[in-house]
Each structure stands twice: as C-alpha cells, then as structure tokens.
Design a protein around this ligand. Structure first.
Ligand code: FAD
Length: 452
C-alpha cells in the first residue's frame, strides 16, 4: 500500500502513474476538492484561473500525461501574435519587451550601455565562487544592473513573485548559471544549451506552440486526472502526524472530526514544505527544521472583466510585467482574453492582475474593497480603463509560492539525506526540483515510478 499525501497536481500525477501500473494506493487530501493551486471557475461567461493560467509542455512526462488522458485534442494554444507581444513597465510607461535583435535595437529598454554590456559578457571573467549566489549578484556581475532591473527582475517576478536579491541563481535560473559554469559565458552557453534543448525537444516530439489551456480552464486537466483515481481519494483528510517504526509509516489524519490512522510501507508526500515540516517533526527532525526554513510569499490573482471599448490600451498582448522601481501595486497583468479569446464573451475583455509576492506582501492583508480600490485607480491611469466592470474577483493564496532562496542548497542536501535514508518515502512538490506545473507533473510521475 502506498499513501499519497496532498492532491495538488504533484500528488495527482503520482496517483495517475500508480493507477496505470495497477498499484494499490490512497490519496489523502485536506480540502474538499483536488487540484491545489490549479482551480478555474466560470462566471458570467468568463473563465477565471485562480492559480496558474498556462502550462508549458517542456518535458516528456507532461506530454505523455496529456496523451494518456486523451486530452490532446482539447488543448487550446494561445493566439500567436498576442502571446508574443509582451511589455515591461518602465518609469510609468508601457514598453514593448523586444523579441529578436531588430526590435532590441529599437527598444527604449535598451540603452547603448546595455548593448555594450551584452556584447562584453562573453569576455567577463567567470566566478570561482562555488557558494550559492543570489540571482541579482549573478546578473549584475555578468550583465550589469540595467539588465537585472529591466529584464531579469520583471521576468522572475512573473514566475516566482520573488526578490532577486534573495533568490538563488542556481535554483531559479539554472540554465544561465550552467551556461557560465560550463561555457564561461551566458550568451555563448545559452546558444549551445538552447540548440541542444531544441534537438532534445524534437526527439521527444514536443509541439512548437508549447503553452496551453482548455476551454474551461486548467481545471479540465484536474478533472480528467481525478476521474481516473476517484475511488482512491479520501476527501477532507488532513494529515497531522507521521510516525516511522520498522518498515512502516503511520499516517495520522483528521476526517469529518474523527482522528484516523493509516499504516503503510510507502509514502509520496506532495504536501507544501510547511505542512510536511509539521508532520515530519517527530521522526525526521533535520528534514522538518530545513523545510520550515523555506519561505512562501503570498500571491493574489485579481480578475477584472469589462467591455473591450472601455480600455484605451489597444495592443493585443500577453501581459505587462513591472520593474521593482515602479510605484504600482501589482507584479504583472495578464490580458487573458487577448491570448485566449475563449475566456471572455465577444466584445468583452478579461484581465488578471497578479499582486503580492516578495515585493508587496502587505497587499495580502488588505480587504477586498481596499485591493479593488488600489488596483482600480492604478489601472484606470495605466490602461485607460473607464466605465463599469462586469466582474471583479479576488483569489488569495496566503502561502502562494515557495522561494528558492540563497541557502536552498543546504535545504536540498537535507532533503536528499532524508530520502537517501528512507527509500520508500518520496517527495514530489513544488518546493523541490521546480515550481512550474510541468515540473510538478514530471516530479510526481517520477516519484511514483521510483517506488515501483
Ligand atoms: C497565483 C499563482 C499563479 C501561478 N501561475 C503559474 C503558471 O502560469 N504556470 C505554471 O506552470 N505554474 C504557475 N504557478 C505555480 C504552480 O501552480 C504550482 O507550483 C503548482 O500548482 C503546485 O502544485 P503542488 O501539487 O506541488 O502543490 P499544491 O497545488 O499546493 O497542492 C498541495 C496540496 O496539498 C494539500 N494539503 C496541504 N496540507 C495538507 C495536509 N496536512 N493533509 C492533506 N493535504 C494537505 C493542499 O490542500 C493541496 O491540495 C502559479 C502559482 C500561483 C499561486
């Protein structure tokens, strides 16, 4: 018997893999629904994503999962033009994020000195430092502060909602760190790495248009996964403690006000770090201490829907990311109905404003009215929004996104040490080996395979 703890995409992917292999398992999920951060809802003809908006098919496991669930035909890829039209907010002005050399040379984001720092990068000395370096220190050392402020900070904010001065370069932008380590330069190294990646992707048969959703949002992926394992899911089952003796793990959990136990030989934990830290306190103190050091930042997805004619900003775009220095209350804006037109009725627009993160965590403590008010004022100025909204909606993730910060290397060593001593205990969750949905699918599938 295998116990899977947590029914987010990591736990569900592990469960699906076990189901296919005919293994006996139980999945314990604290909430009355599975999916964790992946939730979508339909309101007044709009499709709202409460967590992730898109999934990237960048590994074999994600592609295989979609195929095996029979979802390939249902994938919706973004409108190509809008999807590649991205912006950065600089000094209050919405500037196109250049894609390609010609646009780069025309872009206001690129000064002469920026171009010079890119051209000089391959000749910069590589660092002999082996310690975990912050992303900000790494980029400043190789490419200079302007690239850090105008490109890297907005970009990583869009993924991790984190602070590049605290984030670990190795664990958040591993490819460019590897480019320096192996090839002595980000520019030279990335060209080689991307070429190799392209060949690898072609071998696996990954499609060119690689981000997707479904007609009713990413919830469709969760529903399809759930259908295959519904007999094995225990709802409202909140794990409270794990004990380990001989070859067995005893999982204590609460369900419907009752205390229950499950004795099992194999465990896959797909819980957030803070939850596993609490459960492991009894039998793996080192692991528990390390996991409790992983910082989670709050994240909020705030949706606004309105008549398209009420927005003066007329570009068909993917989104706008903001720099640290901008005095705005958001990290980024996604123009959902531009890149996924099916998410709004004709003549209407839907945008998602992502707030919080390491930059502005205080907004998470504000009331809905205060958040709407603050964002309304800003969006009316920035996008020229006028008139009434059809819909305003807030989703709050108090401990939204785990941060791979400087010092994560020690945490990872402690996790590896624990896993080395507990061969029948696996960890698959977004605080270990990647936070994207496709990382979680991959790590959930691999965790299950490694128990067979
Ligand atoms: C606002 C936001 C936007 C994002 N955007 C994107 C995006 O566009 N693309 C992308 O790839 N990624 C995105 N991400 C990241 C991605 O969504 C997550 O990293 C991923 O979904 C996490 O999956 P998980 O299964 O590891 O964890 P979770 O989804 O957190 O699931 C953990 C599960 O464990 C359960 N649980 C917790 N404690 C217990 C307990 N004691 N007992 C039993 N069960 C318990 C929870 O209820 C939950 O169901 C975004 C994240 C957020 C918050």
């Amino acid at each position: 018997m295998i116990a899977i703890l947590g029914g987010g995409i990591s736990g569900l992917s592990a469960a699906f893999e076990l189901k296919k292999a005919g293994k006996e398992f139980i999945l314990l999920e604290a909430n009355p629904s599975v999916g964790g951060k992946i939730q979508s809802s339909q309101q007044l003809g709009f499709t709202l994503e409460h967590g992730p908006n898109t999934v990237l098919i960048n590994n074999a496991e994600t592609k295989k999962l979609i195929e095996e669930l029979g979802l390939w035909e249902k994938l919706i890829f973004p409108e190509e033009k809008a999807s590649s039209n991205r912006f950065v907010l600089k000094n209050g002005s919405i500037e196109p994020f250049p894609s390609g050399l010609k646009k780069m040379l025309q872009s206001k984001l690129f000064s002469f000195s920026t171009l010079l720092s890119i051209l000089k990068e391959p000749f910069n000395k590589t660092s002999s430092a082996t310690e975990d370096e912050s992303l900000a220190a790494f980029i400043e050392r190789r490419l200079g502060k302007q690239i850090l402020d105008d490109f890297i900070t907005p970009f990583v904010t869009g993924i991790y909602a984190g602070d590049p001065y605290k984030m670990s370069a190795k664990y958040t932008m591993n490819l460019i760190k590897e480019a320096e380590e192996k090839h002595g330069s980000i520019i030279k190294g990335m060209m080689k790495i991307m070429k190799a990646k392209k060949i690898e992707n072609e071998t696996i048969g990954l499609p060119k248009q690689k981000i997707f959703t479904f007609k009713n949002g990413l919830q469709e992926l969760i529903s399809a996964l759930y259908k295959t394992i519904e007999q094995e899911v225990q709802w409202g089952a909140k794990c409270t403690k794990i004990e380990h003796s001989n070859q067995n793990y005893t999982i204590h959990y609460e369900q419907n006000g009752e205390e229950k136990t499950l004795v099992t030989t194999h465990v896959i934990s797909a819980l957030p770090a803070f939850a596993l830290a609490e459960l492991a306190h009894n039998f793996a103190f080192g692991l528990s201490t390390s996991l409790s050091k992983i910082n989670y930042v709050p994240a909020m997805a705030v949706h606004f829907a309105f008549d398209s004619k009420n927005m003066a900003f007329k570009e068909k775009a993917f989104g706008i990311l903001s720099r640290n220095e901008e005095k705005v209350p958001f990290l980024g804006i996604l123009f959902n109905s531009h890149f996924f037109p099916h998410t709004a009725p004709n003549g209407k627009d839907l945008i998602t404003v992502i707030c919080g993160g390491a930059r502005y965590p205080e907004i998470a403590g504000k009331s809905d009215e205060e958040v709407f008010e603050e964002l309304n004022t800003c969006l009316r100025d920035l996008l020229g929004l006028s008139g009434n909204f059809d819909l305003k909606h807030i989703v709050r993730w108090k401990r939204g996104i785990p941060q791979y910060e400087v010092g994560y290397k020690t945490i990872e060593s402690e996790i590896d040490l624990f896993l080395g001593a507990h061969h029948n205990f696996k960890i698959a969750a977004n605080f270990y080996k990647g936070i994207s949905v496709s990382d979680c699918i991959k790590n959930g599938s691999l965790a299950a395979q490694s128990l067979m």
